[in-house]
Design a binder for this molecule. Structure first.
Ligand code: NAD
Ligand code: TYD
Length: 333
């Protein structure tokens, strides 16, 4: 199989490329990625060159997307603007990439007669106080990010319903692991802890996320890509739920830092209190998470500790400017 992986230079996409090429030695992957602030070629270092190629392009660019798709058997679409806080600051790019870009890829896949697997998020269901969302739960997104992802998901399902396109969706809970951009909670806390910088906790820190180790999500994606039914949605929830405060405390303990680094800051606008996702339907395809939160967070902290060359360049430049805008503090000052 040859797969076009869009957004493959980002966090989950790059983990998926490494995982898939290791696990399926016959398969080939072409990554199409715009290399926004979140995409980095460094994430793809070490992939087997004879089975891998890279095209720098925007998924909204119809011509290049179609040309790149030539000879492929499927698209796995990770490409998105993916950060809630940035969507609150500036929603426009989210709507362009996550909605219009998804449509461009769907049309290309339909014309080529191949499968389009959309990578989506539990955030499209909104917040849940008790119990877990299933695939039958209504869509009720809260942020410009989750609303854009919900728009993309609706077009995926409309293409299947209207044209009989081979399109389907996986919705994952919060991922963490190596190569995640430090704008997101877990890598932000790890790097601030390593540097002895204050750890910004939004509101009271009692919000709950359903953590999924990124390599477990990769195995779920393969299960759905191969065995999922067109027109269906598959939820991939992680094995553990943790409050943000407990996540921060676990990282402080693993990095040998004191809890006095915790700094409560103004809450996120429209902050969702809790996400929780039932993975039963994906498990029925034979998938199971292999890594619990205690194991995953330990190995993730170790990865950031052992790979300073990966994050040193990021701590300057765009991320530093973003950090100052978002938190009103100069990073590492
Ligand atoms: P990321 O921000 O790390 O990576 C996104 C990638 O998409 C980057 O490489 C970026 O350059 C690329 N990209 C952005 N706009 C593009 C465009 N117009 N054309 C081509 N490439 C473009 O994101 P991530 O955390 O790896 O998330 C990947 C996907 O998984 C997203 O669709 C996201 O909504 C979904 N998701 C993420 C999580 C999570 O916890 N991170 C959870 C569930 C679902
Ligand atoms: P994030 O990693 O941005 O993922 P998402 O918003 O998609 O769940 O945030 C995870 C949780 O951590 C969320 O409840 C917001 C909170 N958070 C903080 O408390 N402080 C921070 O600096 C960041 C980035 C997030």
């Amino acid at each position: 199989m040859k797969i076009m992986v869009t957004g493959g230079a980002g966090f989950i996409g790059s983990n998926y490329v490494h995982h898939h090429l290791e696990k399926f030695p016959e398969d080939e992957i072409v990554v199409l990625d715009k290399l926004t602030y979140a995409g980095r070629l460094a994430n793809l270092e070490g992939v087997p060159e004879q089975r891998f190629s890279f095209v720098e392009a925007d998924i909204c660019d119809r011509e290049t997307s179609r040309r790149t798709l030539d000879g492929c058997d499927a698209i796995v679409n990770f490409a998105a603007e993916s950060h809630v806080d940035r969507s609150i600051e500036a929603p426009g790019e989210f709507i362009t990439t996550d909605v219009f870009g998804t449509y461009v890829l769907l049309e290309a896949a339909r014309d080529a007669g191949i499968r389009h697997l959309q990578i989506s998020t539990d955030e499209v269901y909104g917040s849940i106080d008790e119990g877990s969302f299933t695939e039958a739960s209504p869509i009720d997104p809260s942020s410009p990010y989750s609303a854009s992802k919900a728009g993309g998901d609706m077009i995926v399902s409309a293409f299947n319903h209207t044209y009989g396109a081979d399109s389907l969706t996986v919705r994952a809970s919060n991922n963490y692991g190596p190569q995640q951009h430090p704008e997101k909670l877990i890598p932000l806390v790890i790097l601030n802890a390593i540097h002895g910088d204050p750890i910004p906790v939004y509101g009271d820190g009692k919000q709950v996320r359903n953590w999924l180790f990124v390599r477990d999500f990769c195995t779920a994606i393969d299960a759905v890509l191969v065995n999922g039914q067109a027109g269906e949605v598959y939820n991939v929830g992680g094995p553990d739920e943790e409050t943000n405060l407990d996540v921060v405390k676990a990282i402080l303990a693993l990095t040998g830092r004191d809890e006095s680094l915790i700094t409560y800051v103004e809450d996120r606008l429209g902050h969702d209190l809790r996400y929780s996702l039932s993975a039963a339907k994906t498990q029925a395809l034979g998938w199971k998470a292999a890594v619990n939160f205690a194991q995953g967070i330990e190995s993730t902290v170790a990865w950031y500790r052992d790979n300073p060359q990966w994050w040193q360049a990021l701590r300057s430049g765009e991320y530093r400017e973003y950090y100052e805008r978002q938190y009103g503090v100069d990073l590492g000052a």
